[in-house]
Design a protein around this ligand. Structure first.
Ligand code: UD1
Ligand code: CA
Length: 456
């Protein structure tokens, strides 16, 4: 492959989505449609594809400008017009790959095969096609022997052409020079009054150029997302692909029907996923970890052999052999070292917890640093917020925080220090000391009887 350039069309509004979000920014398995296409293109070795943007360009640009060259199409006059905007960047390009930003299920190996066939055959263009049971809405591929002679859009096709099941997927390989020549001649003489990229094939035929079709056997790859229903259809297909992939890599998924794994999640061998679990973003789960049931992890890391059950976590790092849940809530900035226990009804935010420490029940730990092997009693609350600012709490190694302690930050409890149950700690507790803050217990004998005498 030499001098290969990719153009991704992504300027359309996506009217049929009925959304304020530009179509290609809609999310599929945890990332935008356009990001799926960019990943595929990058995997065939194209570093900086050209992306044609228009509608919602700022949003798209913000997301992808680090990995793509942005080309603006100010008016969306059709797919042919979109590719015309890229012409100034195509000088000297031997092969031009054209893709649609709304076709996220295209596989890397298919794209590679398309490019290979195109370059080996030396034709002026090769169209990626697929046979569809319900081709409605797609351009139909009309052939003469093995050569493509025309692509007829749904709205322009004759009754006979509409019976054809081989459709244009919207992905093409062009000889740079042929694309340039043909684009210069396209018109808007069609049912939609647009510059169709597909008119290029009529022109190439007239010029005596040869166009091939490369048909993928997986028609799912052709799915273009034009509506919310198609978005859900793609989600279902991709979800199954992802689940199949991880099972083939040695992950146990007890109930695929209730398991959702985003495209960029990474799992290791012998991970077990229990039912009703969702793994999102760039979450990474290491060997022998057991996740679920009913667990949702977004951008989290879970270390070797940890168990995470009935838990919601976001942007959290869980070390090896930890026990999390049931009913734990780990918020951004949580970092747990190995063998930490976080039990039921515990919320942790922006806190570091050292090896072997335990927060077993009913606690809020925020903006806190806890050393190793500390025990945080049930009901402990770090009072990190004074209504204006957030403050830090520091708890030392082997510290023992009695049940129902309030730690009013900023405050420090030293190594091996102990706080008495029910204390509200406002001053630092030195290492190895005991701090108790509560009124002495008062006993009134025969209290019940006395109340009766008063006439209660
Ligand atoms: C297009 C093809 C059709 C094919 C189908 C596959 C044409 C004329 N038709 O139809 O043959 O079967 O894709 O999914 O090409 N875009 C721009 N600028 C524009 C118009 C569109 O960048 O001015 C972008 C859109 O954002 C989208 C892509 O091009 O990502 C395809 O446009 P869309 O309107 O979805 O084309 P289809 O009607 O699906
Ligand atoms: Ca489309």
């Amino acid at each position: 492959m030499h001098n290969l350039v990719a153009v991704i069309m992504a300027a359309g509004k996506g009217t049929r989505m009925k959304s304020k979000l530009p179509k290609v920014m809609h999310s599929l398995a945890g990332k935008a449609l356009i990001e799926h296409v960019l990943d595929t293109v990058t995997q065939v070795g194209i570093e900086r594809p050209l992306v044609i943007v228009g509608h919602g360009r700022v949003e798209i640009e913000t997301r992808i400008s680090e990995r793509a060259e942005i080309v603006v199409q100010t008016e969306q006059l059709g797919t042919g017009h979109a590719v015309m905007q890229a012409l100034p960047y195509l000088d000297g390009a031997h092969t031009v790959l054209v893709l649609s930003g709304d076709q996220p299920l295209l596989k890397t190996e298919t794209l590679r095969a398309l490019i290979e066939l195109h370059e080996i055959q030396g034709v002026s263009a090769t169209v990626l096609t697929a046979n569809m049971d319900h081709p409605f809405g797609y351009g139909r591929v009309i052939k003469n022997a093995e050569f493509v002679v025309k692509i007829a859009e749904e709205k322009d096709a004759t009754f006979e052409q509409r019976q054809i099941q081989e459709v244009n997927t919207g992905t093409y390989c062009f000889k740079g020079s042929a694309l340039k020549k043909a684009l210069a001649q396209i018109t808007t003489q069609n049912a939609q009054g647009e510059y169709y990229l597909t008119e290029v094939f009529d022109i190439l035929l007239k010029l005596g150029e040869k166009v091939l079709a490369y048909r993928t056997l997986d028609s799912d790859e052709a799915l273009g997302i034009n509506s919310r229903a198609q978005l859900a259809e793609a989600e279902a297909i991709l979800r199954n692909r992802i689940l199949d992939h991880w099972m083939s890599e040695g992950v146990t998924i007890v109930d695929p029907a209730s398991t959702f794994i985003d495209a960029d999640v990474e799992l290791s061998q012998d991970v077990t996923i229990l039912p009703f679990t969702r793994l999102m973003g760039k979450s990474r789960i290491e060997e022998d970890a057991v996740i679920g049931p009913q667990t949702s992890l977004d951008n989290c890391t879970v270390g070797y052999g940890s168990e995470v059950t009935y838990t919601v976590a976001k942007d959290a790092v869980i070390g090896a052999r930890c026990h999390i849940g049931p009913f734990a809530y780990l918020r951004p900035g949580t970092k747990l070292e190995a063998e930490v226990k976080v039990g039921d009804f515990v919320e942790i935010k922006n806190s570091w917890i050292g090896k072997g420490s335990k927060v077993p029940h009913l606690s809020y730990i925020g903006d806190t640093h806890i050393g190793k092997s500390a025990n945080i009693g049930a009901g402990t609350i770090t009072c990190n917020y004074d209504g204006v600012n957030k403050h830090l709490t520091k708890i030392g190694d082997y510290a023992f925080i009695g049940s129902n302690t309030n730690l009013v930050a900023p405050v420090e409890v030293g190594d091996y220090a102990v706080t008495g149950a029910g204390s509200t700690i406002t001053k630092n507790v030195p290492a190895e000391a005991l701090a108790v803050e509560r009124g002495p217990q008062v006993i009134k004998e025969h209290w019940h009887k006395q109340k009766d005498e008063i006439g209660g």
